[in-house]
Design a protein around this ligand. Structure first.
Ligand SMILES: Cc1cc2nc3c(=O)[nH]c(=O)nc-3n(C[C@H](O)[C@H](O)[C@H](O)COP(=O)(O)O)c2cc1C
Length: 363
C-alpha cells in the first residue's frame, strides 16, 4: 500500500503545506473572535479538506507553554505525535509531521512512535526536529537549556544518530555516547520508509545540523534577495557533503476577491493584535534563537502580529499566486500556508489560487 503513496521528497511541483494548526491562534497573534482555536474537530475537518485538495503536508508546532498576552498565544496546543497519528488515520494522501523537542523525548520512544505512525499512515509520516531554544519552556519542563549552541546541537546529533541506528540495526546494540548510554537496545518494527526530516535552525551550528541530517531546512522568507543567496549557500554546503537539502518557508495568506478587501482584513487583524504576546514572541526569539535574522526581526513587528513573520500573501488570487511564484523563483521548494481561520478561508484559496498555480505549471 505504501508504494502507492507518493513520497514527499519526490513529489513534483512546488510543495504546499499547512503550519501551526495544532496551536491556538495558529500563526496570528490576535484577539479576533474568529481566531483559530486549534481544537481536534477543526483540525480533522481541515485535514480532510487539505487531503482532498492535494495539499502535500501538515506541519505542527511543538509547544508546552504559550506566549502570554491577552490570549496566551499558542498556549492551547494539541501534542504533535498524537495529533499527527489521529490525522494519519483519517486521511489518505497527505504527509503529516510530528514536531519533536529532542530534550523532551527519548529517542528510543520516538523511534517507535514514528514507526507506529508510519504503519498507520502507510509511510506518510515526517519528523521536524527541534534542538531547543525557548528557555522558559524548557524551565516549564524542568529541563536545562544549554546556553551554547554547540552543546544543543551535539545533543541533537547524538539523539538523531541513535534514532537512525535504531532504524538500521539488525541486532540489539549497546550505545555509550556523551549523552546516552543504552544496553541491548533495538526497535522493531521500522518505518515503512525513512520519514522526511525537517529542521528549522538559523544559527551556524543549527544550519550545519540541517545540512548533515535534514531533507528540508525550514526558514523565514523576510527578504527574497537574501533568501536566494541563503538557499544557494545551503545547497552548496549540502552538495559538498554529498547530500541534497531543499528549503521550505512559511507564508500567511489573506486572499480575497479584491486587493482592497484583502488589505482591509490585514489591517483589521493588525488592529486586533495581541501586542504583549507579539512582544514576548519577538523578545524570546532575540534572546534564545537565531531562526529569524535579528536585524530583520525588528522591522517586521506587524508581520509577526499577523502571520508570525510568514511571507505575506495578501491580495487577489492572481496576486497570491504571484507571491507563491516569487518564492519558487527565489529557490524555495515549497511553503506552508496559514490563515486566521483556516477552515473558513482555505476553500477560497483552493478554488481560486490552486487552479492558477496549476495553469502556471508550478503544481
Ligand atoms: C518555521 C519554523 C518552525 C519552527 N517550529 C518550532 C516548533 O515547532 N517548536 C519549537 O520549539 N521551535 C520551533 N522552531 C524553532 C527552531 O526549531 C529552532 O529551535 C530555533 O530556530 C533555534 O535554533 P537556532 O538558534 O539554531 O536558530 C521553528 C522555527 C522556524 C523558523
Amino acid at each position: 500500500m505504501s508504494d502507492h503513496v507518493p513520497d514527499l521528497l519526490s513529489r513534483p511541483g512546488f510543495l504546499l503545506g499547512s503550519f501551526a494548526t495544532n496551536c491556538s491562534g495558529g500563526m496570528t497573534v490576535s484577539t479576533l473572535p474568529e481566531r483559530w482555536t486549534a481544537d481536534w474537530d477543526s483540525n480533522l475537518k481541515l485535514a480532510r479538506m487539505l487531503d482532498a485538495a492535494g495539499v502535500d503536508f501538515m506541519l505542527p508546532i511543538a509547544r508546552w507553554i504559550g506566549y502570554g498576552g491577552q490570549t496566551d498565544f499558542q498556549g492551547g496546543v494539541l501534542e504533535t505525535i498524537t495529533w499527527a497519528t489521529g490525522l494519519l488515520a483519517s486521511t489518505q494522501h497527505i504527509t503529516v509531521f510530528g514536531t519533536i523537542h529532542t530534550s523532551a523525548n527519548h529517542p528510543v520512544v520516538v523511534a517507535k512512535q514514528l514507526a507506529t505512525m508510519s504503519q498507520i499512515g502507510h509511510g506518510r509520516v515526517g519528523l521536524n526536529v527541534v534542538a531547543g531554544w525557548n528557555k522558559p519552556e524548557y524551565e516549564a519542563l524542568g529541563l536545562q537549556l544549554p546556553d551554547d549552541h554547540e552543546t544543543r546541537y551535539a545533543y541533537a546529533q547524538e539523539w538523531f544518530d541513535l534514532i537512525q541506528k535504531l532504524w538500521a540495526a539488525d541486532a540489539p546494540f549497546d550505545w555509550d555516547g556523551r549523552f546516552f548510554h543504552l544496553k541491548q537496545s533495538y526497535s522493531h518494527p521500522r518505518p515503512a520508509r525513512l520519514p522526511p526530516i525537517i529542521n528549522a535552525a538559523g544559527s551556524p551550528q543549527g544550519r550545519a545540523f540541517a545540512v548533515r541530517n535534514a531533507n528540508f531546512l525550514f526558514t523565514p522568507a523576510l527578504d527574497l534577495g537574501r533568501s536566494r543567496d541563503e538557499i544557494a549557500d545551503l545547497k552548496d554546503k549540502a552538495a559538498a557533503e554529498g547530500r541534497q537539502v531543499d528549503v521550505l518557508t512559511f507564508a500567511h495568506v489573506v486572499c480575497r476577491e479584491t486587493e482592497a478587501e484583502a488589505r482591509a482584513y490585514w489591517q483589521h487583524t493588525l488592529a486586533h493584535a495581541d501586542w504583549p504576546a507579539v512582544d514576548n514572541l519577538v523578545r524570546l526569539q532575540i534572546a534564545h534563537a537565531q531562526s529569524f535574522p535579528h536585524d530583520l526581526l525588528a522591522l517586521v513587528r506587524e508581520g509577526m502580529a499577523v502571520g508570525h513573520g510568514g511571507f505575506p500573501l495578501v491580495g487577489t488570487p492572481e496576486q497570491v499566486a504571484d507571491g507563491i511564484c516569487a518564492l519558487r523563483d527565489a529557490g524555495f521548494r515549497g511553503t506552508t500556508l496559514s490563515f486566521v481561520d483556516y477552515n473558513a478561508e482555505f476553500p477560497f484559496f483552493r478554488d481560486h489560487v490552486l487552479p492558477i498555480l496549476a495553469a502556471r505549471g508550478i503544481r
